[in-house]
Ligand binder design. Structure first.
Ligand SMILES: Nc1ncnc2c1ncn2[C@@H]1O[C@H](COP(=O)(O)OP(=O)(O)OP(=O)(O)O)[C@@H](O)[C@H]1O
Ligand SMILES: [Mg+2]
Length: 335
């Protein structure tokens, strides 16, 4: 079956004054309609760049972006316009994305007029009211005339989501800002995105640096773990959290604070050999994680870049040692 949207070995290199850096390196990711998936990884690992590549806002320097099986960067005209409406990026820093001089009505009605979903002011107001209700800004009359500075952070986020919904998207890429600290607001926004996914079959890709958030959001979906521009593990959330295959995923999971001290006590500790993340300007040879990795093997991990491979349990992992161990375990079990 063709995926709704797919990155096929997509890379993006940036030229910086210090030299070229490959922020995203041969990332493959296929998403089905209605899926909720999370991309997680430390700051600078390429999450936002991947999100912008997925939304077609950034041109890949290698690989292809496919939408309904078609190469987006080879399409033009009506097909391209359809893609642009279908895939929306919600920048979860609405201060940066909402125009401070516009009211909520102006922000939401502009795309409705532009895409001819409303022709009169009355039609636009009816649609804006409906959108505000969908994102739980009720009663809508209290919000239509407000400017961004008159709203709380959580309310601004909801307006940004409502704006994405004006064009009936099939995919929403939500890039979570690191500065979003209020836990209750955060959870209610995650729930709102999940509800939109469930009710309208929208595929949601949440980008976060926080694995606890990923675990909550993608509990019925998948998590992709990124490290220095590559996806190192891709698996359904339960397997990834319960039994991480990549040593980097294991380290991230070991670091999640748990409310239950019993879980904390029984959780496997993962000792990294170094806390330092290498620079994209001078990546280590072989596996970029090997200088920090407790499983690293000389002559293998420092020489050869591991590909993302499918291992038993329908997950993908880019680690020479984990792939070898998990495939031989399986072979031993079936022998
Ligand atoms: N337009 C650009 N020009 C040059 N370098 C860039 C550009 N955009 C991103 N980068 C670099 O690419 C790397 C990945 O950046 P990206 O923003 O995708 O990371 P991230 O995982 O979203 O990080 P964070 O969690 O901090 O948001 C970083 O080293 C960043 O400095
Ligand atoms: Mg980012």
């Amino acid at each position: 079956m063709t995926a709704l949207i797919e990155l096929d070995r997509v890379s993006r290199t940036f030229h910086t004054p210090d030299g070229p850096i490959t922020a995203v390196d041969a990332v493959s990711l296929a998403l089905d309609a209605g899926e909720a998936m999370c991309l997680v990884g430390e700051s600078g690992c390429g999450k936002t760049t991947t999100g912008r590549l997925l939304a077609g806002l950034l041109r890949p320097t290698g690989g292809r972006l496919l939408y309904e099986g078609k190469d987006v960067w080879q399409t033009k005209g009506a097909d391209l316009a359809r893609f642009r409406r279908a895939v929306q990026l919600v920048h979860q820093d609405p201060y940066a994305s909402l125009n401070p001089t516009r009211t909520v009505f102006q922000t939401l009605s502009a795309p409705l007029f532009r895409h001819k979903k409303a022709r009169t002011g009355r039609q636009a107001l009816a649609s804006v009211n409906e959108l505000l209700q969908r994102v739980d800004l009720t009663p809508p009359e209290n919000f239509v005339a407000k400017h961004p500075h008159q709203l709380s952070g959580g309310q601004r986020q909801r307006v940004a989501i409502a704006r994405a919904l004006t064009v009936d998207p099939k995919v929403i890429v939500a890039d979570e800002a690191v500065s979003m600290v209020d836990v209750s607001i955060r959870i209610s926004l995650l729930n709102l995105l999940l509800a939109l996914g469930r009710e309208f079959g929208v595929t949601i890709v949440l980008i976060t640096h926080d694995l606890a958030v990923a675990r909550y959001f993608a509990r019925e979906g998948r998590i992709g773990v990124m490290y220095l521009g590559r996806v190192v593990e891709l698996a359904d959330t339960e397997s990834l959290v319960g039994d991480p295959a990549h040593p980097y995923s294991a380290a991230l999971i070991a670091a999640i604070p748990e409310a239950d001290p019993d879980i904390t006590r029984t959780k496997k500790r993962v000792e990294l050999r170094s806390a330092e993340i290498p620079s994209l300007l001078s990546l280590p040879p072989g596996c970029a994680f090997h200088p920090r990795c407790p499983l690293s093997e000389a002559g293998l991990c420092d020489v050869k870049i591991p590909e993302l491979l499918v291992i038993p349990g329908s997950r993908e992992v880019a680690c020479h040692v984990a792939v070898r161990e998990r495939t031989s375990e399986r072979a031993a079990a079936t022998a």
